[in-house]
Design a binder for this molecule. Structure first.
Ligand code: SF4
Length: 457
C-alpha cells in the first residue's frame, strides 16, 4: 500500500485498502474557520438537532482567519457565530480574534490596517496555525473546511479539504465515507540551488501535470531530496497539491517531523502520541515523476491558473504593479527570511505588501535580528508595507477594505498559492505565483525577475 492507503486503511480499521475502495474513515481532527464554520454549524444543527453535541469537543478545532480585520459587519458576524457555538458546545480549541468570550471584534481606526488588532488567543491562518498549536500529528486523519487543508500532509498524515455538508456530518459523528484515491509518486533527488525554493518544486510539479492533473489523487513526495527540505518547505509543497486538484499530499515521517511535532504538542499541551506510517515495497502508483532538485530554476505560474508554468527568467518583459508576500503557502518565517535576504539594504519600486501567516511569525520577524536590524525593520526599510494583523488578507480577495486587496485591474506577483481570475480581488487583475525570493527580486525591478540576479554574496 502507498502511504495514503495505509493511513486510510488504519482509520477504516481494515488490514488493506486499494484505490477506488469506499471506506468509512474515523477523523482525528475536524478544523473549520470563519468562512465555512457558520455553514457547517447550520448543517450540523439541521441534521442532528438544535440541542445536538459535537462528536468530540477536543477534536473540533475552530480557527477564524479569513475575513477578520475588516469593518464588514457580515464578516464580523461570522466570527460571532463561531464564538457562540464554542460556548454552547464547550469546544476546547478556539483561537478567537478577541480575548473576551462575550465580546465582539470592532475595527479600531486609530490602529489602522497595520497595527495589531487582535487578542492573545488569535492564531492566524488555519493551516499554519494547526501545526504551530500542536494539532498535526503523523498517522492521523485531518479534515478541514478549506481546500488547503492538504498542507498538513507534510506531517505524514492524511489531510484533506471537505465541504460544509461533509463537515457537518463529521461534526456529528466523527466519521466520513471516502473513496481511496490513486497515488501519484514524486521522487525528489538532489538539493535546491541558492535562489530556488520549495515553491519552485511545487510550481514545477503542477506545471508538469496541469492544474487538474492530480484530480482526486494523492500526491506522495519522497526520496533522498526530502531530507534537505525543512518542515516549512514540505508544508509549502503539500499546501499546493490542491492546485493540481489533488485529494491530499503526503510526506514520509523523519527525524525533522518528529522533532517538530513533539515540540509543538508539548508546548501546547496537546495529545503527544502518534503512530506514523512508513513505506513498503508494494506501492502501486498511477504516475511517477523523478525530480532532480538541483536542476530546478525559479519558476512562475502565470495568470490565469497555477498550471501555467514558465521560468522567471523568461518573463522579464512582464511589468508589474504590485508584489505580495503572505498566506499559508508563502507567509511563514522562513519565507520572510528569504524575502528579506534579497531586499536587505535595497528599496522596492512597486507597491509591496507583507502579511505574515500567524502572530507567532510576526513575533519571529520582529525579534530575529540581522546585524543591527530585525527582519521586520529590514523589510519596512526596504519599503514593504508590513501588517501585524496576520491572516488570509488579500490571498483570497475578501471585503474591499482588506489589506493588500487588488481593487483595480493590477498585475501582481505573489507568494500565495492560487491565481484564478478574481482570486485576489478585482476580476480583471492578474496574479503571477512565485517563490518569496522571486517576489522580492521582482519588487525591486517592477518586472518579473529571476532572484539569482539579486542573491547577496
Ligand atoms: S491564506 Fe489563502 S490559501 Fe491559505 S487558508 Fe487563507 S485564503 Fe486559503
Amino acid at each position: 500500500m502507498t502511504l495514503t492507503e495505509k493511513l486510510l486503511a488504519r482509520a477504516a480499521s481494515k488490514k488493506r485498502v486499494q484505490a477506488g475502495d469506499n471506506v468509512w474513515v474515523q477523523a482525528d481532527i475536524l478544523m473549520t474557520h470563519d468562512v465555512c464554520g457558520p455553514g457547517t454549524i447550520g448543517v450540523f444543527k439541521r441534521e442532528f438537532g438544535k440541542t445536538a453535541k459535537v462528536w468530540d469537543r477536543n477534536k473540533v478545532v475552530i480557527i477564524p482567519d479569513h475575513y477578520i480585520f475588516t469593518a464588514d459587519s457580515m464578516s464580523n458576524r461570522n466570527v460571532d457565530i463561531l464564538r457562540d457555538f464554542v460556548k454552547e458546545q464547550g469546544i476546547t480549541y478556539f483561537y478567537d480574534v478577541i480575548d473576551d468570550p462575550n465580546g465582539h471584534w470592532v475595527f479600531d481606526p486609530t490602529k489602522g490596517a497595520m497595527k495589531r488588532q487582535h487578542g492573545s488567543h488569535y492564531a492566524g491562518v488555519c493551516h499554519a496555525a494547526l501545526p504551530q498549536k500542536g494539532h498535526t500529528r503523523p498517522g492521523e486523519i485531518l479534515f478541514g473546511t478549506d481546500s488547503h487543508t492538504c498542507m498538513a500532509g507534510a506531517f505524514n498524515e492524511f489531510a484533506t479539504g471537505i465541504g460544509n455538508t461533509d463537515a457537518g456530518f463529521v461534526m456529528g459523528t466523527g466519521k466520513l465515507l471516502l473513496k481511496v484515491p490513486e497515488t501519484m509518486h514524486f521522487r525528489l533527488e538532489g538539493k535546491l540551488q541558492p535562489g530556488v525554493m520549495a515553491k519552485d518544486i511545487i510550481l514545477h510539479s503542477i506545471g508538469e501535470i496541469g492544474f487538474d492533473g492530480a484530480t482526486y489523487r494523492a500526491m506522495q513526495f519522497d526520496g533522498p531530496g526530502v531530507a534537505s527540505l525543512s518542515i516549512d518547505d514540505r508544508m509549502t509543497i503539500a499546501n499546493m497539491a490542491i492546485e493540481a486538484g489533488g485529494k491530499n499530499a503526503i510526506f514520509e515521517f523523519d527525524a525533522q517531523t518528529q522533532a517538530f511535532v513533539d515540540y509543538r504538542c508539548k508546548l501546547n499541551g496537546t495529545n503527544p502520541s502518534y503512530e506514523p506510517v512508513t513505506r513498503d515495497k508494494r506501492e502501486k502508483f498511477s504516475y511517477e515523476l523523478v525530480l532532480d532538485l538541483s536542476k530546478l530554476e525559479p519558476t512562475v505560474a502565470c495568470h490565469p491558473n497555477p498550471g501555467q508554468r514558465k521560468l522567471a527568467r523568461e518573463l522579464n518583459a512582464i511589468k508589474l504593479d504590485r508584489a505580495y508576500i503572505g498566506s499559508c503557502t508563502g507567509g511563514k518565517t522562513s519565507d520572510f527570511i528569504e524575502f528579506a535576504r534579497i531586499l536587505r539594504g535595497k528599496r522596492v519600486i512597486i507597491d509591496t505588501f507583507g502579511v505574515p501567516a500567524t502572530p507567532e511569525i510576526v513575533h519571529d520577524l520582529q525579534t530575529a535580528r540581522w546585524g543591527q536590524q530585525t527582519v521586520w525593520e529590514i523589510l519596512v526599510a526596504a519599503g514593504v508595507k508590513m501588517t501585524e494583523n496576520a491572516g488570509c488578507a488579500a490571498c483570497l480577495g475578501g471585503p474591499v477594505d482588506t489589506f493588500g486587496r487588488m481593487n483595480a485591474p493590477l498585475k501582481c506577483i505573489s507568494a500565495t498559492n492560487r491565481n484564478f481570475p478574481g482570486r485576489m480581488g478585482h476580476k480583471d487583475s492578474q496574479v503571477f505565483l512565485a517563490s518569496p525570493a522571486t517576489v522580492a527580486a521582482s519588487a525591486l525591478t517592477g518586472k518579473i525577475t529571476d532572484p539569482r540576479e539579486y542573491l547577496p554574496a
